[in-house]
Design a protein around this ligand. Structure first.
Ligand SMILES: NC(=O)c1ccc[n+]([C@@H]2O[C@H](COP(=O)([O-])OP(=O)(O)OC[C@H]3O[C@@H](n4cnc5c(N)ncnc54)[C@H](O)[C@@H]3O)[C@@H](O)[C@H]2O)c1
Length: 276
């Protein structure tokens, strides 16, 4: 059977865990070569090993997407390892919640940096590489469609109490997507967004206690209390949270040749939830 993404080079941020890891495994299973990124080396290497164990190709580029030099290093890894760049998925991220009046500048900028500035820098660094590839292909009379998929959230589309910083950033990425779809169409790049509802990862795991994750040296609360979780699930038409694999499926759709004429869109992957 022909694989849909044979030979493509895909860069996926935050692909050591959760949704990003599932995207990396899915795209690799369809033949893409993956540049895996994560803040943490161990899960990044684990994703690379899982891809290689299934006969795929992957390399890790470890580090925070928020670091000023990250974008050049990330794009440089794709070019030096695989001499190409076909798919970029801006997925890395986390939440750091507070009601507005308690949100510190540090909390505000952490969300803007990881969910907005990092994708901006990665895409800016990718532009000259894509432009040169697209020009060579056009000169040779070929059209190769490249894909950018940015990750948003229903919080970015509808707002969510306690997440001014996060929802602002996730709304911003929708604007970036729409603008870049207009700028990059001439290079045959489609630029789309996937906005997730409730997907079962460590960010949304049921926790009665205060679970935390160490993110860039800060202990950030993760998980949702069981009562709230049950309420959230009740409001989802499909009656449950999605799996990382189901989330990855929505991203994959926007990476396939079948979506080559779809650009500037935000696809909700939320089990039918159309508002919060
Ligand atoms: N889980 C949900 O319900 C949900 C809903 C809407 C949107 N999202 C978005 O989906 C994306 C993935 O979330 P997830 O649920 O898979 O979370 P996750 O915590 O399971 O995985 C996210 C991965 O990103 C990495 N990461 C975090 N900050 C990073 C940084 N600065 N640089 C590099 N890597 C970094 C983490 O180490 C982690 O491995 C995020 O952008 C999140 O906001 C998730």
């Amino acid at each position: 059977m022909t694989r849909k993404l044979e030979g493509k080079v895909a860069l996926i941020t935050g692909s050591g865990r959760g949704i990003g890891r599932a995207i990396a495994l899915k795209l690799a299973a369809e033949g893409a070569r993956i540049v895996v990124n994560d803040l943490d080396a161990e899960p990044a290497e684990d994703t690379v090993q899982a891809i290689r164990a299934s006969g795929g190709e992957a390399v890790a580029c470890v580090g925070s997407v928020s670091a000023p030099d990250f974008a050049e290093r990330f794009v440089g890894t794709a070019v030096s390892q695989y001499q190409g760049l076909d798919i970029v998925v801006n997925n890395a991220g986390y939440t750091w919640d507070s009601v507005l009046q308690k949100t510190t500048d540090e909390q505000w900028y952490a969300m803007i940096d990881v969910h907005l500035t990092a994708p901006f820098r990665i895409l800016r660094a990718a532009q000259p590489v894509i432009r040169a590839l697209a020009k060579a292909e056009t000169d040779a009379g070929r059209r190769v469609v490249r894909k950018v998929v940015n990750i948003s959230s229903v919080a970015g589309l509808f707002g969510n109490a306690g997440q001014t910083n996060y929802s602002t950033a996730k709304a911003g990425i929708v604007g970036m997507t729409q603008t870049l779809a207009k700028e990059w169409g001439r290079m045959n790049v489609t630029v789309n967004c996937v906005a997730f509802g409730f997907i079962q990862t460590r960010l949304t795991a049921s926790t009665a206690d205060a679970a935390t994750a160490n993110i860039e040296g800060r202990e950030i609360k993760v998980g949702v209390n069981p009562g709230l979780l049950a309420m959230m699930e009740q409001s989802i038409p499909l009656g449950r949270g999605g799996t990382p694999e189901e989330a990855a499926g929505a991203v994959y759709l926007l990476c396939t040749p079948e979506s080559d004429y779809v650009s500037g869109q935000t696809l909700m992957c939320s089990g039918g939830l159309t508002g919060i």
